[in-house]
Write a protein that binds this ligand. Structure first.
Ligand code: PLP
Length: 389
């Protein structure tokens, strides 16, 4: 593979301040999972998101894990979780010995279906075993319909955890995604809209719970001179060096969102007129970041499958990916309960079969993007010729 001209899905894109802030970490010798950049990154992120507080962690997965701990999820419990997501949303449920139950998407935003969630709750209530939490994922930079979902959760007294790992900067009715449920989670993995190479953040209004998460994230050390532990903890804190990168990245986040929109707009203009291509819809209740531009291909209309288009892109050294394979289709979660949007209609399965995530890097040049667009147009033209001859 020639990496020099390869176009990636969503590569890191550093701003101007990151190196300087990292240099400061070196100059002051704060090369540790603690330090002034960690504290400042938490404060600045909380300020940006509009949350009561924030805890900087080694990953978004760690943040979900600690949130589930804070919600007392334990062995034998169930947790409802969006099915159309990256597996990191669901894995921490199993770390706690609990069992995930998967909830489908709705077609308007591809996020958790309130109709499916309602049915899942009804069954759970009838069986006398409510879930301990509901993990709502904000997919590809767009918030789920939080008011509808939260109202259902509230009517059963079950807390909502927002997995906004892909949606930092997305809004829902004027609030930031991640600040609406009991806890919210962001990720700074290398492919996310801003990155620290790896890292995550847990946010909440509940400052006491965040303090507890901080305690667990640093091996649950009691307040004593000697090393004393009354609880089992984890090594989940974010490094001060990486927090320095995060602070620099946070300053360019709004620029990155604008750039993601520009990428999306170019794809939409060039490709949406083509038969059989549609783009991920955007709800009117907020701003999506378009972390990834995702399109859906209808073979009945264009004679092409998503797989054929992805193969053609790969031949041109362009990375693309299917939409997430739903959790209820994962071998590791075989036989777990699943609630489709309506009986007999699974939206997530439909999207998995037809969806393509297009290269959406904010540092991608217009020329690079033209390469992607022209490659797709080329496959369509070839198919057209085949049809005529
Ligand atoms: C990236 C991602 C995570 C995990 O974040 P990490 O920082 O990689 O652990 C969780 N949920 C979703 C939906 C993600 O896309």
């Amino acid at each position: 593979m020639d990496t020099s001209n390869r176009i990636y899905l969503s590569p890191p894109h550093m701003g101007e301040m990151e190196q300087q802030l990292v240099a400061e970490a070196f100059a002051t010798n704060w090369i540790a999972p603690v330090g002034p950049h960690v504290n400042a990154f938490e404060a600045e992120l909380a300020e940006y998101a509009g949350s009561g507080g924030a805890v900087a962690l080694s990953s978004g997965t760690a943040a979900i894990h600690l949130a589930l701990s804070l919600l007392n999820v334990g062995p034998g419990d169930t947790v409802f979780c969006s099915t159309l997501t990256f597996i990191a949303s669901a894995n921490p449920i199993t770390y706690q010995g609990a069992i995930p139950v998967f909830i489908d998407s709705e077609p308007q935003t591809w996020n958790m279906s309130p109709a499916a969630l309602k049915r899942a709750f009804k069954d759970a209530a009838e069986a006398g075993k409510l879930p301990k939490a509901v993990i709502v994922v904000d997919l590809y930079g767009q918030s789920a319909d939080k008011d509808s979902l939260l109202a259902i959760c509230n009517s059963y007294g079950v807390p909502m955890l927002e997995d906004s790992a892909e949606a930092l900067g997305a809004t829902y009715k004027g609030k930031k995604a991640g600040t609406i449920g009991r806890f919210g989670v962001y990720s700074f993995n290398g492919n996310k809209i801003i990155t620290t190479s790896g890292g995550g953040m847990l946010v909440s209004e509940d400052i006491a719970s965040l303090e507890k998460a901080r305690f667990w994230a640093t091996q649950a050390r009691d307040a004593a001179r000697h090393y004393q532990h009354s609880e089992i903890g984890y090594n989940y804190r974010l490094s001060n060096v990486l927090a320095a990168i995060g602070r620099g990245q946070l300053r360019v986040l709004e620029d990155r969102i604008q750039a993601k929109h520009a990428v999306y707009n170019r794809y939409f203009e060039e490709l949406s007129p083509m038969d059989g291509i549609e783009f991920m819809p955007e709800a009117s209740y907020g701003r999506a970041t378009r972390w990834l531009t995702v399109m859906v291909v209808d073979p009945a209309e264009c004679g092409l499958t998503a797989a054929v288009i992805m193969d053609a892109l790969e031949k041109e050294n362009i990375e693309s990916r299917p939409v997430w394979k739903p959790m209820h289709r994962q071998p590791v979660f075989a036989n777990h309960r699943y609630y489709p949007h309506t009986d007999g209609k699974s939206i997530s399965d439909y999207l998995f079969q037809r969806g393509i995530c297009l290269p959406s890097g904010t540092s991608m040049t217009a020329g690079d993007q033209a390469r992607v667009i022209n490659s797709i147009k080329k496959v369509f033209r070839l198919q057209q010729k085949r049809k005529i001859s």
